[in-house]
Structures are given as structure tokens and as C-alpha cells.
Ligand binder design. Structure first.
Ligand SMILES: [Zn+2]
Length: 311
């Protein structure tokens, strides 16, 4: 057996450092030199099923990697009190060959590169990172969807239980569609072994009230909720109708109007505003319909005296 030792040629290292500095300086308030910054890598999150029975799929990890670029991370309370922060300047999904997740596919994780200024105040912290003491990272992010791995239903909407197998398929919740990455932080390892991913969900992926009432057996409350839903749908139909009517009158009264833009503007108005607009346009349209000759005559008059060409 022959021992092989390989190292990158100096020009490759320089190219990597130049690329790092370009990415750092794109984020930094002022131009920084390689001597002024300390860079290190962190593992932000992975596709392993966590203690909540949830995991990100690989595509979502890729989206999260992009969202974390530029985000500042804090160190645990004792450090953050002194204002120590580091900022991510590069993030990508990496694979760990030979390792499989509990779900049975290849393990991958978001590896991020972060930088912090080499100041006197940061020296002790840099030494700790170098020594490998502060390795645990916790992140906060939000996703669009949280679905059952067995049937694909939104979380809480099916009967499958985390950790159980159905026809050989493990049940867990898959988190999909990265929406935002809020924060990341270093947590002192011995104090908080449970450091991990903090996830937040968009309202539609949060466990719904309906799903809650159904599983907890609140029959009366469920009936009341369904009645409210029906009424809300009725209200929505009324507002949609009002918007269509307002748009129709507006287009009749103002043929120049860009229908698409106006329709989108109407989406932002409340009932009172819509009623008022509709009243005005309807009155104008009806007025024009009653006196078609007058408006035509007025136009012809202005053409005759040439005033139509005046601005
Ligand atoms: Zn399910």
C-alpha cells in the first residue's frame, strides 16, 4: 500500500480565498481584507428525522441554504451579551457518503460558511470555535408545507402516527418549501444538548383548528366551526360578486381603464370602499347611458373648434 498525501496547489487556495472574500465583501459594510476576518463552517440542518418526527426534504434544504446567506447568527447568551455575531456568506447542500437517514435515503445537510471580524473581543470565542467546543447550531426557519410521509395529507389531517410503519413505510412529517430563514445560533453543548432546528410554519401548514377539533372529539365545536366556515364562504362570494360588479361599471364608465390592473387593485379594497366605488361608477355609467347624444355632441363640438388638439 502506498501512502498518498495531497494538498491543493497554492494558486487554488488563493482562488478559494479570493472567492470567499468576494462573497464576504458583498455582505460586509466595508471592504475587508483576509487578515481581518475569521471564517468557519457550520452544519445548519439536515434531512434526518428529528425528535419531533419531522424532517426537511432535500429540495427544501437547498432552498434553505440560499435563504441563510447573509443571515447573522448569535452565540449563546454569555457571548451574545457582548454582541458577538457571525454571518453566513455561503451555504450549500452536502452529502455524507455511506450514511442513510432513518427514512432510508442518503443523508445530506446544509453546510454554511460564516465569517466574523478578528477583533480582540472575538479572540477567545475564535479559540473556542477552533478547539471545536461550540459545534451545536440551532436554526429558525419557516416552511410552506408539513405533510405525512405515508399518505401526503397535511399534518394532523390523517390517522398515521409518527414512528410507526405502514406497509413498511415509516411515518414522519416531511417539511417542504422553504419560506424564510430567520436565525441561527450557537448553543453551548453541555448546557443544551437538545439544540436543533426550530421550525415555524405558515398559517396554512400549522395544525388546523378543524383537524384539532376532529381528533380531540369536540363535536359541537366542530359543528359550530363548519357553520362559521359556511358563512365565511358566503361572505367571500358576496365580496367577489361586489368586485366583479364594481369592475364592470368601472370599465363601462372608463373605457381607457386597464382591466387587469384595476381588478388587482380591487382585491385590496374592503366592502365599504368597494360599495362606494361601485356607486360612483354605476351613477356615471347610468348618466352616460341616459344622454348618449350629449357626450357625442360635446366631442364633435370640440373637434370643430379645434380644442381637441389643445393640451
Ligand atoms: Zn398520513
Amino acid at each position: 500500500m502506498r501512502e498518498v498525501q495531497k494538498s491543493l496547489p497554492p494558486e487554488t487556495l488563493c482562488a478559494q480565498q479570493a472567492a470567499d472574500m468576494a462573497q464576504i465583501n458583498a455582505l460586509a459594510k466595508r471592504e475587508m481584507t483576509p487578515e481581518e476576518v475569521y471564517t468557519f463552517s457550520v452544519r445548519l440542518c439536515d434531512n434526518e428525522i428529528d425528535r419531533d418526527g419531522e424532517r426537511f426534504d432535500e429540495q427544501t434544504l437547498r432552498e434553505l441554504a440560499a435563504l441563510f446567506i447573509g443571515k447573522s447568527g448569535i452565540f449563546d447568551h454569555c457571548w451574545s451579551a457582548r454582541g458577538q455575531t457571525a454571518r453566513i456568506y455561503r451555504a450549500e447542500v452536502c452529502r455524507e457518503e455511506g450514511r442513510t437517514t432513518a427514512a432510508g435515503d442518503g443523508y445530506c445537510y446544509v453546510k454554511a460558511m460564516a465569517y466574523m471580524p478578528r477583533t480582540e473581543g472575538n479572540q477567545e470565542l475564535i479559540e473556542e470555535i477552533e478547539a471545536g467546543i461550540k459545534k451545536e447550531v440551532s436554526v429558525g426557519c419557516s416552511v410552506r408545507e408539513a405533510v405525512c410521509s405515508v399518505c401526503g395529507a397535511a399534518r394532523g389531517e390523517c390517522e398515521h402516527v409518527h414512528g410507526k410503519r405502514y406497509d413498511g413505510r415509516l411515518c414522519y412529517t416531511e417539511l417542504r418549501g422553504a419560506e424564510d430563514a430567520y436565525e441561527w445560533s450557537f448553543v453551548a453543548v453541555p448546557a443544551q444538548r437538545e439544540a436543533g432546528v426550530m421550525k415555524r410554519f405558515s398559517p396554512q401548514t400549522r395544525r388546523t383548528l378543524k383537524a384539532f377539533l376532529r381528533t380531540e372529539g369536540h363535536k359541537e365545536a366542530l359543528t359550530e366551526l363548519e357553520q362559521l366556515e359556511w358563512e365565511a364562504a358566503l361572505g367571500k362570494r358576496y365580496l367577489d360578486h361586489l368586485r366583479r360588479e364594481t369592475l364592470r361599471y368601472a370599465c363601462l364608465a372608463e373605457p381607457e381603464l386597464n382591466e387587469k390592473i384595476f381588478a388587482s387593485a380591487l382585491q385590496k379594497l374592503n366592502e365599504g370602499e368597494l360599495l362606494e366605488l361601485k356607486r360612483v361608477y354605476q351613477a356615471r355609467e347610468e348618466h352616460a347611458a341616459e344622454q348618449p347624444q350629449l357626450s357625442y355632441g360635446a366631442r364633435e363640438q370640440s373637434m370643430a373648434d379645434g380644442s381637441a388638439f389643445l393640451i
